[in-house]
Each structure stands twice: as structure tokens, then as C-alpha cells.
Design a protein around this ligand. Structure first.
Ligand code: 2P0
Length: 340
């Protein structure tokens, strides 16, 4: 038996992508820029085991089947083919220390940890960029969680894609940023990102405008980040989130709830009073407040009083994915092709 355990953090996009390039390669339609967050993590062990008849997936102690297992097996199939171990089934055991599939980016940390653990358990000597590309095929945002700090992910120009790379562009401490994750629900969200994006692309009257807007915001936020301007980054990030949600809402996709909007109003009220606070919202009901070390305490106190905010997870820019344990048995490492 060969096994490896990897840990990865979720990331939140400051410049969001929403929509995919045509084709099946899971390439985002626009570039995105994220921050990898410490304070929440997924830990995943992949064990290739000759005694198993098929792949097994356990997430937070629950045995998973259906689409979740199929997505994980599809990633393993790529690894098995590259490592010449097509006959081997694997057991995947994964734990999140935050709500799963609820818009807190569990698929980002989940597929990042799975890709890294699988590649290492198979004995493949891949770079993090190669692992990131592998993760991206399963869940585009996962490509960004392989790296720490601030990370960009390429998007296609709307043509047939096939390749999109994530790369780190600034270290975790390059700006004074704290992120308060305001949890407003513990359950899974009702519309997956994949499905929400597809419906938005197919039916939102604002989708073409979003593609133009998102690319411009990405360029602006990237340059503001590299200039170390927290307020400009916060303003751009809030615009990116609101633009994405406006576009999705016009297709009937509504992720926000009353609690999300109440928290957004509070963020804006705080800002008017001089507290460093901007909001971003992903494909779920939680609001993430972008703040600074100076304002974090005040912002947290205020947001905890908002009706519907159940709890707040304090996070800050963190490190990328890493291997925490491995056991490669007695075999010599598999000789995979040297990546793509
Ligand atoms: C992002 N989101 O840039 C955007 C903004 C959520 C809102 O990427 O279909 O995990 O599994 O590849 O990339 C979440 O969706 O979706 C996401 P799939 P993904 O972070």
C-alpha cells in the first residue's frame, strides 16, 4: 500500500471568475486573483490499495458515492495513467474543519489536497504547477489553493481553452489583510458552482458584460495589490463580488440570503464610520469581510451582532498546500511521464 496525506487551505477570490470556456477542459472564462486563507483547512489521505475493488471516498466520516466519488475517481484516473498504475483502486479519507459544500470553498481546498496527496502517493515527481493544473481540471478554484499568499489563475479569452495555470504573485504578508468569514448557514448550498455558472452562462442577459467587467477588475485589483493598497483592493473585490452575483441573479441564481445582505449593509455602515471593511461573497450565503489588523476587532464585534450571522472564523493570508505524511511502502517510485 502506498499512501500520502496532504493539507490545503481554502481560498477566496478577490477578483472572481464565474463561467467557463466552451469545451470540457474546465478552464475559467476570465482570470481570477485569490488569497489563500489560513484558519480553515482540509486534510486528505490517499491510499492506493491492491485489496480494494473500487475507489472509496469518505468525507467528514461519511461514505460518499455518486457525483462526489465520480469527480474524485476522475482525478485519480489521470494520476493512475501517468504513474502506470491503472489497476489500483484507492481509499480517500478527507476532513474539513469548516462547513462542506456551502460556499466556503471546500471544493478548492478539497481538490487541492486530493491532487497533491494522490500525486505523491503515486510516487510522481511533479511540480506544484503540474499538481495545480491537475486540481484545476476537477475544480477550477482548487488550482489556486496549491499556492500560498495571493494567487492568480489564468482565464481563457472565450475560445477553446485547455490550459490554465495558477501562480503565486505576492507573499501572504504583502498587505495587511484579515478576513472575517461570517458563517450564516451550516448546511450545503442548494446550487453547485458548476451548475450555477452553467445556468448563468446560458441564460443571464448580463453574462457578456460580466466577462468584460471581470477582466478589467482583475487587472485593476492585481495592480492595486502589487502597490500594497488595501482600500483599492477592497473596493475592487466588493465590486467583483457584486458584479458576479448581479449577473447570476439575472439568471435566477440567488446565493445570498437576508443574513448575507444584513452583513453587507453592516460592512458598508462600518466603512462610512472609518472602519476598514469591504465585503466579498462567493457561491453561498456567507459573507467574507476584508479588513485590517487595526479594524479586525471592531469589525468582528459589529458583525457578530448582525441577525443571522451564526459565528465568525478569523483568517489571514496563509500558506499553500503541503504533504504532512507519506508512506510509500517498499516499491520504487512509479516512473510517470514528466507531466504536461
Ligand atoms: C472564484 N467561485 O473565483 C469563484 C467566485 C465561486 C465564486 O470558483 O465548477 O470551485 O467546481 O470548477 O471553481 C467556485 O467554483 O467551480 C468559484 P467548479 P469552482 O472563486
Amino acid at each position: 500500500m502506498r499512501s500520502a496525506t496532504a493539507s490545503a487551505h481554502p481560498n477566496i477570490a478577490l477578483a472572481k471568475y464565474w463561467g467557463k470556456c466552451p469545451g470540457s477542459a474546465n478552464v475559467p472564462a476570465v482570470p481570477s486573483l485569490s488569497v489563500t486563507l489560513s484558519g480553515m483547512s482540509t486534510t486528505t489521505t490517499v491510499s492506493f490499495d491492491d485489496t480494494l475493488l473500487h475507489d472509496e471516498l469518505v468525507i467528514n466520516d461519511a461514505r460518499m458515492g455518486g457525483r462526489s466519488l465520480a469527480r474524485a475517481s476522475a482525478l485519480l484516473d489521470v494520476v493512475r495513467a501517468e504513474a502506470n498504475m491503472t489497476a489500483r483502486s484507492a481509499r480517500i479519507v478527507s476532513k474539513n474543519d469548516f462547513p462542506t459544500a456551502s460556499g466556503l470553498a471546500s471544493s478548492a481546498s478539497g481538490f487541492a489536497a486530493l491532487a497533491l496527496a494522490a500525486v505523491r502517493a503515486a510516487g510522481l515527481d511533479w511540480s506544484l504547477s503540474q499538481v495545480s493544473d491537475l486540481a484545476r481540471r476537477s475544480s477550477a478554484s482548487a488550482a489556486r489553493s496549491l499556492f500560498g499568499g495571493f494567487v492568480e489563475l489564468d482565464g481563457g479569452e472565450g475560445g477553446e481553452g485547455g490550459v490554465a495555470c495558477a501562480r503565486p504573485i505576492a507573499s501572504p504578508d504583502s498587505i495587511d489583510l484579515r478576513v472575517l468569514v461570517c458563517v450564516t448557514a451550516e448546511g450545503a448550498k442548494s446550487i453547485s458552482s458548476t451548475c450555477g455558472m452553467r445556468m448563468t452562462q446560458e441564460t443571464s442577459p448580463y453574462y457578456d458584460a460580466w466577462l468584460v467587467h471581470a477582466r478589467r477588475l482583475f487587472v485593476q485589483i492585481r495592480s492595486d495589490l502589487l502597490a500594497g493598497d488595501f482600500h483599492a483592493v477592497g473596493e475592487g473585490a466588493e465590486k467583483s463580488a457584486l458584479g458576479m452575483h448581479a449577473c447570476a441573479m439575472a439568471a435566477g441564481i440567488v446565493y445570498v440570503t437576508g443574513a448575507t445582505l444584513a452583513a453587507l449593509a453592516e460592512v458598508r455602515a462600518m466603512r462610512a464610520e472609518g472602519i476598514d471593511a469591504y465585503a466579498t461573497i462567493d457561491a453561498g450565503p456567507h459573507l467574507k469581510c476584508l479588513t485590517t489588523s487595526r479594524s479586525m476587532h471592531d469589525a468582528k464585534e459589529r458583525l457578530l451582532r448582525v441577525p443571522g450571522v451564526l459565528r465568525i472564523v478569523e483568517t489571514l493570508p496563509g500558506e499553500g498546500a503541503c504533504i504532512t505524511q507519506e508512506s510509500l511502502g517498499q516499491e520504487s517510485p512509479a516512473q510517470g511521464k514528466p507531466g504536461r
